[in-house]
Design a binder for this molecule. Structure first.
Ligand SMILES: Nc1ncnc2c1ncn2[C@@H]1O[C@H](COP(=O)(O)OP(=O)(O)OP(=O)(O)O)[C@@H](O)[C@H]1O
Ligand SMILES: [Mg+2]
Length: 269
């Protein structure tokens, strides 16, 4: 890891169900296994599920913070290996679109949050809704998850387009999930890279891929992290490779704290 600067990384996708939450949970486990202090924000505010994946049932969630009933530190749920989780609430329709006052509240509450962390992972939910765009622009960098399906590629392009055109993001990384081979993964990335270059004049980075592994479902059902259950699998090796690459190569100059980034997001939001 470069110095001690905390990293704030959003994980997003155009299409839903492409493996963001599973990726975030396993990336968190990987960093925690390296003794990094990891914080996960479940920013999929309408349909959260990081907590389900870790088999925990948090008592409080972001809704309580937004309503002014709790502070951020009061809602932290303990995940495995000391991972700190800021849970969202499922099925709360009001949170599917944060209002400006919700955003202000969240920013000011995060301003007061003084528990140190090394890596802050934000699971944004899918699509190009205002919430997703807000959290992506609040982060230092965004990883877009895509699968080889044409619909997923088209939706990833739509997200990349809005982030670059309307939010000025110039550095985006792509992780291809559920690829059947290295070639399929790279072909998927290349399709995106060509259109991003041609129509957006944007160069996107290839972060790597995670293979399709039928045991991912087993790990989710067992509510244990995949890399903890299958430490020797190809998936786990690829995940570690991706995790190290992200840590060793910050995309944007680390020029601020979480407050800096959240305020930036408020300006553009
Ligand atoms: N590499 C993989 N191999 C096999 N199955 C996978 C893999 N990654 C994810 N899955 C499966 O895909 C499904 C969706 O995964 P996940 O919930 O992480 O997606 P998501 O992008 O977070 O979805 P949403 O947009 O609804 O939040 C899950 O059932 C999971 O088991
Ligand atoms: Mg999810």
């Amino acid at each position: 890891m470069n110095g001690n600067s905390p990293r704030i990384i959003a994980v997003s996708s155009g299409k839903g169900g492409v493996g963001k939450t599973n990726f975030v949970a396993n990336l968190a486990l990987f960093y925690a296994s390296l003794n990094k202090k990891v914080l996960i924000l479940d920013a999929d505010l309408g349909l959260s599920n990081i907590d389900v994946l870790f088999g925990i049932a948090p008592k409080y969630n972001l809704k309580h913070v937004l309503l002014g009933e709790k502070k951020i530190k009061d809602i932290i749920a303990a995940g495995p290996l000391g991972i700190m989780i800021l849970p969202a609430s499922s099925g709360i329709r009001e949170l599917t679109k944060l209002t400006d006052s919700h955003r202000l509240k969240l920013v000011s509450e995060l301003d007061d949050f003084d528990i140190p962390f090394d890596v802050f992972l934000i699971d944004t939910g899918a699509g190009i809704s205002d919430n997703v765009l807000f959290f992506c622009s609040a982060a230092q960098e965004t990883i877009v998850v895509v699968t080889p399906e044409p619909t997923s590629i088209a939706d990833a392009y739509a997200l990349i387009k809005v982030l670059s055109r309307d939010f000025g993001e110039r550095h985006l990384r792509v992780m291809v999930n559920t690829a059947r081979s290295e070639k399929e993964a790279f072909d998927t990335f290349r399709k995106l890279a060509i259109v991003a270059d041609k129509f957006l004049n944007l160069s996107i980075d290839y972060l790597g891929f995670l293979p399709f592994d039928q045991h991912v479902k087993d790990a989710i059902i067992a509510q244990k992290g995949f890399i903890a259950m299958y430490p020797n699998s190809a998936f786990t090796k690829k995940l570690a490779h991706i995790g190290k690459k992200v840590l060793d190569n910050p995309l944007n100059e680390v020029k601020g704290t979480i407050q800096f980034f959240l305020k930036k997001a408020l300006r553009v939001g």
